[in-house]
Design a protein around this ligand. Structure first.
Ligand code: GDP
Length: 426
């Protein structure tokens, strides 16, 4: 049987708009909530004289336990349909949610934006922030879940749905999201998630599950030039120097002529293996070790990037970065020199110039050449690495164009390389 494709989902949206409830519902409907938890809650609900066991009860219990600081293990956040293996790659409410999203610790193929339709809710601050981040980070597929339809006035109001839909469209269109399904539902009651609901009889569009199954299979970037950021380098008796890393783009084959930069060492691929199995070639997603003739262990280190001699990785003199400042005790001005974590490299880089700040609502310029930026700001900056660094434009190699910026033991900012000036490699 052919293996189903994987689809990594991130659930975004304003606090309290129903992300956890939605995730709980998806897992529950797919039989992924551990049986012992269901049994325990079922027993409790019977003891308390609640005749029927409902999902709402399970979620209330989850909520209570969360509030008491008890973590219920929902780490196995996977479910399967006839089309995909879905993995929910970040827990809503997770403290490092935004950071993880930015640094690509969790690389999402698609996002579900949850927007509550309750009176007074609708598009709010974090709705905007998360939508903008998702777009900035290259999440191209989005589904909007208009949640809490059971709590509109009157319940399941088509008029209220249309209001929220209009707000959402106003938010998403200028950011560049197109053809986004905007679907009414209730995570709490379960309307229009797995099947159509009589409560939403006016709705003629898809259910959430149909929209999830309609997502497009993420393409493997095999048609791009090869890029393998080096994670580690081994010297293995009988084989020789073996760099290891994950193929991000392109294909590597035996006999290929490859170059490592910034090390500036090249050679011919002699063997490739994954989990001790020899391979003739490897493609994106494969974690491999490979032997390259003519290269010594000391020639390479973590942070070098392997590519074809004919289309080598880009070493930069400077680059233009679009960043989001997540946290900083004071302000950031030109001259600031934190550490950039790009693919497997960690290099101190200097903020040469703060070019402008950007309006998160629509991506337009807020201020040209501001004196400083602070937490919450989105800015475009010119950056000069302290030492030779490979980074690529996010438009060409998204996997090699994103980074986190760390200082004082925390992630201060994150972003992506939108332009660059090549260095001449000696
Ligand atoms: P999160 O902060 O986005 O993860 O939101 P939660 O899932 O924790 O939900 C916040 C509150 O909204 C909780 O009290 C939920 O019970 C409630 N809630 C979530 N989804 C729905 C829904 O579809 N209808 C109603 N009426 N309440 C909901």
């Amino acid at each position: 049987m052919a293996e189903l494709p994987h689809m990594n989902l991130v659930i975004i949206g304003h606090v309290d708009h129903g992300k956890s409830t939605f995730v709980g519902r998806l897992l529950f409907e797919h039989g992924e909530i551990p049986q012992h938890i269901i049994d325990e809650y079922k027993k409790e609900s019977e003891e308390k004289g609640k005749a029927t066991f409902e999902f709402a009860w399970v979620m209330d219990r989850f909520k209570e336990e969360r509030e008491r600081g008890v973590t219920i293990d929902l780490t196995h956040r996977k479910f399967q349909t006839d089309k995909y293996y879905f993995t929910i790659i970040d827990a809503p409410g997770h403290r490092d949610f935004v950071k993880n999203m930015i640094t690509g610790t969790s690389q999402a193929d698609a996002a579900v934006l949850v927007v509550s339709a309750r009176e007074g809710d609708g598009v709010m601050a974090q709705t905007r922030e998360h939508a903008f981040l998702a777009r900035t980070l290259g999440v191209s597929q989005l589904i909007v879940a208009v949640n809490k339809m059971d709590a509109t006035q009157p319940a399941y109001s088509e008029k209220r749905y249309n209001e929220v839909k209009e707000q959402v469209t106003k938010l998403l269109t200028p950011i560049g999201f197109k053809d986004v399904p905007i679907i009414p539902m209730s995570g709490y009651k379960g309307d229009n998630i797995m099947k159509n609901s009589a409560n939403l009889s006016w709705w003629k569009g898809p259910t959430i599950m149909e929209a999830l199954n309609n997502l497009k299979v993420p393409a493997k970037p095999t048609d791009k030039p090869l890029r393998i950021p080096v994670e580690d380098v081994y010297s293995i008796t009988g084989i020789g120097t073996v760099p290891v890393g994950r193929v991000e783009t392109g294909v590597i084959k035996i006999n290929d002529k490859v170059i490592f930069l910034p090390a500036n060492k090249s050679g011919e691929v002699k063997s490739i293996e994954e989990h001790h199995t020899a391979m003739q070639s490897a493609e994106p997603g494969d974690n491999i070790g490979f032997n390259v003739r003519g290269i010594a262990k000391n020639d390479l280190k973590r942070g070098d990037v392997c590519g074809p001699v004919s289309a080598p990785p880009t070493v930069v003199k400077s680059f233009t970065a679009q960043i989001v400042v997540l946290q900083h005790p004071s302000v950031i001005a030109a001259g600031y020199k934190p550490v950039f974590h790009v693919h497997t490299a960690q290099i101190a880089c200097r903020f040469e110039e703060i070019i402008k700040t950007i309006n998160p609502k629509d991506g337009t310029t807020l201020k040209e050449k501001p004196d400083f930026i602070k937490a919450g700001d989105i800015a475009v900056v010119k950056v000069i690495p302290d030492k030779p660094l490979v980074i690529e434009k996010v438009s060409e190699f998204p996997q090699l164009g994103r980074f986190a910026i760390r200082d004082m033991g925390m992630t201060v900012a994150a972003g992506q390389c939108i332009d660059l000036e090549k260095a001449t490699v000696a």
